[in-house]
Design a protein around this ligand. Structure first.
Ligand SMILES: [Zn+2]
Ligand SMILES: [Zn+2]
Length: 342
């Protein structure tokens, strides 16, 4: 089968002809119908994150049709449409058994530690397959498995309740999903903070109140819009120290700031003014859970979550075009979401 693989860190991916992988008794073989190209893939190609092996097929946002199943698989059948949970956890360790499988001691990620979806076929454990209803395209199904899932998990971590207010810092794929999901969870007002006009307009189309951080102080504006109270939950989806600080400073009493964007820079806040006085919380959020994906797909099927605006271009399984897209992601030259359709 054709497969676009990372052979060496810092080098372009290469198209290789490799054997179709064989399946174990609890695994399934999936014919890939869509594989999203994610910003993380640019980090992997550049060698900024340790890979499980080399060469490796990248791609962790994958959907397709089940081709064949192992002898002990009873939950999925050949011919079914599925999207794939990208974390392969053991199901048995302390963390898996206590419902926190993202901390599984042997967790492996598709397209990072084991071969991913930039290929014609992929093998995964049967439990990683999420049924994908006809109403959701393969392209949307693939991207649901990363950004939208991470947004849902972050809102769960923030314990959003009906009647509360939410601020979303960063209106990318994560932010647009977070806006819609926060509303579905009962948030009465969602403020969308960004510096790009087109993104703020898109956020407004999904019912958020835009806050243009390029033209005004986002924290002061959120205070003004909430009549001085601040928000109940704020989400940082960018990974910049400045916006992380703003995310915390936008909180009201008993507020929860959820940090999703990745940064290695220390986060500085005034403990009394921003945390103690408000009994506010700063919460980290990483990845998502298998159980959240079933809920997410159902929300997308019911159009509570619309990600049709997220996928803006499809390309074939072609190394040059994929490398070009990863170059664009490295240089932030384009915001379009590209999906490989092999
Ligand atoms: Zn991703
Ligand atoms: Zn485990």
């Amino acid at each position: 089968m054709k497969s676009v693989r990372m052979v060496e860190a810092g080098k372009p991916l290469e198209l290789q002809e490799i054997l179709i992988p064989s399946i174990g008794e609890k695994e399934i073989l999936v014919r890939v119908r869509a594989a999203g190209i994610c910003h993380s893939d640019a980090h992997y190609r550049a060698g900024r994150s340790g890979m499980g092996k080399l060469p490796i097929t990248l791609g962790h946002e994958v959907s397709g049709v089940v081709d064949s199943v192992g002898s002990q698989v009873t939950t999925v059948q050949a011919g079914e449409r599925v999207a794939l949970h990208y974390n392969i956890s053991c199901g048995d360790c302390y963390y898996c058994s206590s419902g926190n499988e993202q901390f599984c001691t042997t967790v492996k990620m598709l397209g990072h530690h084991v071969d991913g979806g930039y290929a014609e076929f992929i093998v995964v454990p049967a439990r990683n397959a999420i049924p994908l209803p006809e109403e959701i395209s393969f392209e949307e199904g693939a991207t649901l498995m990363c950004a939208s899932a991470t947004a849902l998990h972050a809102l769960h971590k923030g314990r959003v309740k009906a009647g509360e207010t939410v601020a979303v810092f960063g209106v990318g794929g994560l932010g647009l999903s977070a806006i819609q999901l926060a509303k579905a969870m009962g948030a009465v007002e969602v403020y969308a903070v960004d510096i790009k006009q087109d993104k703020l307009e898109l956020a407004s189309e999904y019912g958020a109140i835009p806050v243009d951080a390029g033209r005004m102080d986002a924290v002061a504006e959120i205070r003004k819009l909430t009549k001085g109270k601040g928000v109940d939950v704020s989400l940082e989806m960018i990974g910049l120290p400045k916006t992380m600080k703003q995310t915390v400073e936008s909180l009201g009493v008993l507020g929860r700031a959820v940090i999703v964007g990745i940064s290695q820079t220390p986060l500085e806040v005034n403990p009394y003014a921003t945390l103690i006085g408000y009994e506010a919380e700063i919460i980290g959020s990483n990845d998502h859970l298998l159980q959240e994906l079933h809920v997410l797909v159902d929300m997308a099927r019911r159009k509570i979550l619309d990600t049709s605006c997220v996928v803006s271009q499809t390309i074939p399984l072609d190394a040059d075009q994929i490398n070009k897209r990863l170059d664009d992601l490295e240089e932030f030259t384009s915001d379009v979401r590209m999906v490989i359709v092999p």
